[in-house]
Design a protein around this ligand. Structure first.
Ligand code: NOJ
Length: 535
């Protein structure tokens, strides 16, 4: 796919990326499960929303123990999602509309059903034995104290060869041994397959976990880990960055491709660690997810700090991105603000569309989808069942998208794989499309504004003084163009400074283009101010 005439245009820096959880987006064949053809059918909706690329959750062949994050063949399509021809159609149709495709590559582990693991497990002298992390130890004592968030044990004893294998996640997801160069060769070959088909980018799953300590040393003691988890030997080993750099070199042999990495950190939101994986900014990850904002307390001050620290850590040639929810973490969870859900959702839209860096929208965020309470007997995520009722798992943020008010929210004609939010008739795409004050229309308008004003892409971001501690105030500035963004985090109205000669270019709760003498923000209102009227 060719870029626009402007040769400074870089799609993943200028664009807005939509994170699409394929299982819950749209079901084209009415089996209750979203699929590739469902995405193709809805491309015009995404085009109208204004997105430039979609990141598809994994659709490779998989036993679905971890809903696609357990891959048994990287170049085959899981039948529930369609066929390779469906994928080719999707790419063709997406590109026709100027929408790029990013796929999710899981390099840290495979499924235990992958041929590589089946071979590796078969005997100690199998040529693929060393493709995974095998270790001897006696039956009662695993080789070391490494842990997994997905259960009790991270080492699984295999009776067949009387050795343990390591898994960072479920036992059906054995970790690959990236110290063996054949692993890199095989996976890079599979990646090339997709790049040759025209895939534009890769989202790299838990990419900082891929290399483990050579000697498999114990992580600092258990007690220590509870206080401050310090998994120094099971993640973030120096060799990971070397592998990421060679993957970047591979990507750079193609035109206009990119990779964005998920950096797994405990506790989440370590922007310094995240930035490390971009290295100089032009030789490793193009972008890396920083989850700090997802975990930030709802306060202007907290957001101020998180944003400033995040930007300070970005390498000079690096590029940030903004993410507010995803398929593992909660959707909008500002509890004290539940009654003001729509206002908060619009405020967050304003934030992500005016920050410095590429915005990611998690499907449904554009209509303010909420966490859904999934009863125990309908849970699909195994960790939800495992830790119920203390932790109910990730299903709550993976429920079907609300297209309209018909049965099953228009997602499918059949019972969906996860229950639909009971409130779907109150808020869905159809209904919000025709409401000019809806969250959806706020997204559409903000994306349009972001694209119209180059300052959002190229301009610098800096905090400006604010008349109230509840108002997050920043500017985007480039040459003589300046926009001021004010977000009132309080439920109460707040007076701002005098912004003489400025117009309200956009507001989350009043008509655009108003001029004003003295500006008082309503509770949870956000605005973009400009000296010119809206283009
Ligand atoms: C991170 C993914 O986002 C999550 O869904 C998955 O379970 C783990 N990595 C393991 O692949």
């Amino acid at each position: 796919m060719k870029d626009k005439k402007d040769n400074t245009y870089i799609w993943w820096k200028h664009g807005v990326i939509y994170h699409l959880y394929i299982r819950s987006f749209f079901d084209s064949n009415n089996d209750g499960i979203g699929d590739l053809n469902g995405v193709t059918e809805k491309l015009d909706y995404l085009k109208e929303l204004g997105v430039d690329a979609i990141w598809l959750s994994p659709f490779f062949k998989s036993p679905q123990v971890d809903f696609g994050y357990d891959v048994s063949n990287y170049i085959k399509i899981h039948p529930e999602y369609g066929t390779i021809d469906d994928f080719k159609t999707l790419i063709k149709e997406a590109h026709k509309r100027g929408i790029r495709i990013i796929i999710d590559m899981i390099l840290n582990h495979t499924s235990n059903q992958h041929d590589w693991f089946v071979e590796s497990r078969s005997s100690k002298d199998n040529p693929k034995r060393d493709w995974y992390i095998w270790q001897k130890s006696d039956k009662k004592n695993p080789p070391n104290n490494w842990r997994t968030p997905f259960g009790k044990k991270a080492w699984e004893y295999d009776k067949n060869t009387n050795e343990y294998y390591f898994h960072s996640f479920f036992k059906e997801q054995p970790d690959l041994n990236w110290r063996n160069p054949n692993v890199e060769k095989a996976l890079f070959q599979d990646i090339r397959y997709w790049l040759d088909l025209g895939v534009d980018g890769l989202r790299l799953d838990v990419i900082n976990l891929i290399v483990k300590d050579k000697k498999l040393r114990d992580n600092p003691s258990f007690l220590n880990q509870i206080i401050k988890p310090d998994e120094v030997y099971s993640r973030d080993r120096p060799t990971s960055i070397k592998i990421i750099k060679s993957l970047r070199q591979l990507l750079d042999t193609y035109e206009n491709r990119m990779c964005v990495g998920e950096i797994y950190a405990l506790p989440p939101g370590n922007s310094k660690l995240v930035a490390k994986y971009m290295d100089k900014g032009d030789n490793a990850l193009n972008m890396a997810f920083d989850f700090s904002l997802i975990f930030a307390r709802w306060s202007a001050n907290k957001y101020r700090k998180v944003l400033t620290t995040g930007y300070q850590n970005i390498p000079i040639k690096g590029w940030p991105c903004t993410v507010l929810s995803n398929h593992d973490l909660n959707r909008n969870k500002a509890k004290p603000l539940f009654a003001n859900h729509a206002k908060v959702a619009k405020l967050k839209a304003l934030l992500s569309m005016t920050l410095y860096g590429t915005p990611f929208i998690y499907y449904g965020e554009e209509i303010g989808m909420k966490n859904v309470k999934v009863p125990y007997n309908k849970l699909k995520d195994r960790i939800g069942k495992m830790y119920w009722p203390f932790y109910t798992g990730r299903d709550k943020s993976r429920t079907p998208l609300h297209w309209n008010s018909s049965a099953h929210a228009g997602f499918s004609n059949n019972m969906p794989w996860l229950p639909v939010d009971r409130e779907y008739k109150k808020y869905n795409i159809d209904q919000q499309s025709s409401d000019k004050n809806s969250i959806l229309n706020a997204y559409r308008e903000l994306i349009r504004i972001r694209k119209t004003y180059k300052v959002f892409n190229k301009g610098r971001w800096s905090l400006v003084s604010s008349a109230s501690k509840h108002i997050l105030a920043y500017e985007r500035k480039r040459k003589d163009k300046q926009l001021i963004i004010l977000l009132n985090f309080s439920r109460l109205p707040k007076q701002t400074h005098q912004y003489k000669d400025y117009h309200i270019l956009f507001s989350t709760s009043r008509d655009n283009n108003q001029s004003h003498k003295s500006l008082k923000l309503a509770g949870l209102e956000g605005v973009i101010l400009s000296k010119d009227k809206l283009i």
